[in-house]
Design a protein around this ligand. Structure first.
Ligand SMILES: [Zn+2]
Length: 115
Protein backbone atom coordinates (compact mmCIF):
# COMPACT_ATOMS: atom_id res chain seq x y z
CA UNK A 1 0.00 0.00 0.00
CA UNK A 2 1.53 3.22 -1.23
CA UNK A 3 0.07 5.62 1.34
CA UNK A 4 1.31 3.48 4.19
CA UNK A 5 4.95 3.65 3.11
CA UNK A 6 4.60 7.41 2.59
CA UNK A 7 3.10 7.77 6.06
CA UNK A 8 5.95 5.76 7.56
CA UNK A 9 8.54 7.93 5.83
CA UNK A 10 6.85 11.09 7.09
CA UNK A 11 6.76 9.74 10.63
CA UNK A 12 10.39 8.59 10.56
CA UNK A 13 11.54 11.99 9.34
CA UNK A 14 9.45 13.77 11.96
CA UNK A 15 10.75 11.54 14.76
CA UNK A 16 14.33 12.15 13.67
CA UNK A 17 13.68 15.88 13.72
CA UNK A 18 12.11 15.71 17.19
CA UNK A 19 15.12 13.78 18.43
CA UNK A 20 17.46 16.34 16.91
CA UNK A 21 15.82 19.20 18.82
CA UNK A 22 15.42 17.08 21.95
CA UNK A 23 11.64 17.10 21.96
CA UNK A 24 9.49 14.48 23.62
CA UNK A 25 6.22 15.37 21.99
CA UNK A 26 5.20 16.16 18.41
CA UNK A 27 2.18 18.44 18.16
CA UNK A 28 1.97 18.79 14.43
CA UNK A 29 3.58 17.77 11.17
CA UNK A 30 3.60 19.74 7.94
CA UNK A 31 4.92 17.78 5.00
CA UNK A 32 5.02 18.13 1.25
CA UNK A 33 4.84 15.10 -0.96
CA UNK A 34 6.44 15.65 -4.34
CA UNK A 35 5.75 13.22 -7.10
CA UNK A 36 3.20 11.83 -9.46
CA UNK A 37 0.10 13.04 -7.71
CA UNK A 38 -2.14 10.60 -9.54
CA UNK A 39 -0.74 7.88 -7.30
CA UNK A 40 -2.69 9.37 -4.45
CA UNK A 41 -6.16 10.62 -5.11
CA UNK A 42 -6.74 12.51 -1.90
CA UNK A 43 -5.11 13.20 1.41
CA UNK A 44 -7.69 11.46 3.58
CA UNK A 45 -6.28 7.97 3.10
CA UNK A 46 -2.77 9.24 3.79
CA UNK A 47 -4.01 11.01 6.91
CA UNK A 48 -5.69 7.79 7.97
CA UNK A 49 -2.38 5.91 7.53
CA UNK A 50 -0.53 8.60 9.46
CA UNK A 51 -2.94 8.22 12.33
CA UNK A 52 -2.29 4.49 12.32
CA UNK A 53 1.52 4.67 12.20
CA UNK A 54 1.82 7.45 14.79
CA UNK A 55 -0.17 5.50 17.36
CA UNK A 56 2.02 4.74 20.36
CA UNK A 57 4.73 7.17 19.25
CA UNK A 58 5.45 10.70 20.48
CA UNK A 59 3.57 11.92 17.41
CA UNK A 60 0.29 10.32 18.40
CA UNK A 61 -2.57 12.77 17.97
CA UNK A 62 -0.39 15.28 16.13
CA UNK A 63 -2.08 17.57 13.68
CA UNK A 64 -1.16 16.57 10.14
CA UNK A 65 -0.88 18.95 7.26
CA UNK A 66 -0.02 17.25 4.01
CA UNK A 67 0.39 19.02 0.71
CA UNK A 68 0.96 17.47 -2.65
CA UNK A 69 3.28 19.00 -5.18
CA UNK A 70 3.45 17.87 -8.78
CA UNK A 71 6.78 16.58 -9.96
CA UNK A 72 8.60 18.19 -12.86
CA UNK A 73 8.73 16.55 -16.27
CA UNK A 74 11.29 17.22 -18.96
CA UNK A 75 10.74 16.64 -22.64
CA UNK A 76 13.62 14.69 -24.14
CA UNK A 77 12.95 16.14 -27.57
CA UNK A 78 12.78 19.92 -27.00
CA UNK A 79 14.12 20.14 -23.43
CA UNK A 80 11.00 21.89 -22.16
CA UNK A 81 10.28 21.40 -18.45
CA UNK A 82 6.82 21.64 -16.91
CA UNK A 83 4.94 20.47 -13.83
CA UNK A 84 3.21 17.12 -14.16
CA UNK A 85 -0.53 17.43 -14.16
CA UNK A 86 -2.69 14.40 -13.68
CA UNK A 87 -1.65 11.94 -16.32
CA UNK A 88 -0.03 14.30 -18.82
CA UNK A 89 1.90 12.10 -21.19
CA UNK A 90 2.88 14.52 -23.94
CA UNK A 91 5.00 17.64 -24.00
CA UNK A 92 2.75 20.75 -24.07
CA UNK A 93 5.20 22.50 -26.40
CA UNK A 94 6.10 19.99 -29.08
CA UNK A 95 3.63 17.20 -28.31
CA UNK A 96 6.51 14.80 -27.96
CA UNK A 97 5.86 11.74 -25.88
CA UNK A 98 9.32 11.06 -24.49
CA UNK A 99 9.21 12.55 -21.02
CA UNK A 100 11.53 12.20 -18.10
CA UNK A 101 10.56 12.73 -14.46
CA UNK A 102 13.09 15.03 -12.83
CA UNK A 103 12.17 14.77 -9.17
CA UNK A 104 11.19 11.25 -8.29
CA UNK A 105 8.76 10.77 -5.49
CA UNK A 106 10.02 12.33 -2.31
CA UNK A 107 8.82 13.75 0.95
CA UNK A 108 9.87 17.09 2.24
CA UNK A 109 9.20 17.86 5.84
CA UNK A 110 8.34 21.54 6.02
CA UNK A 111 7.81 21.82 9.74
CA UNK A 112 7.59 19.71 12.85
CA UNK A 113 5.83 21.40 15.73
CA UNK A 114 7.21 20.09 18.97
CA UNK A 115 6.89 20.74 22.63
ZN1 LIG B 1 8.83 18.88 -26.18
Amino acid sequence: MHELSLAQSILETALAEAQRVGSKRIRGIHAKVVGSSHHIEDTSSLEFCLEAVTKGTIAEGAEMRIEFMPSTLRCKKCDFTFPAQGSTLVCPRCRGGKLEELDAEQIRLENVYTE
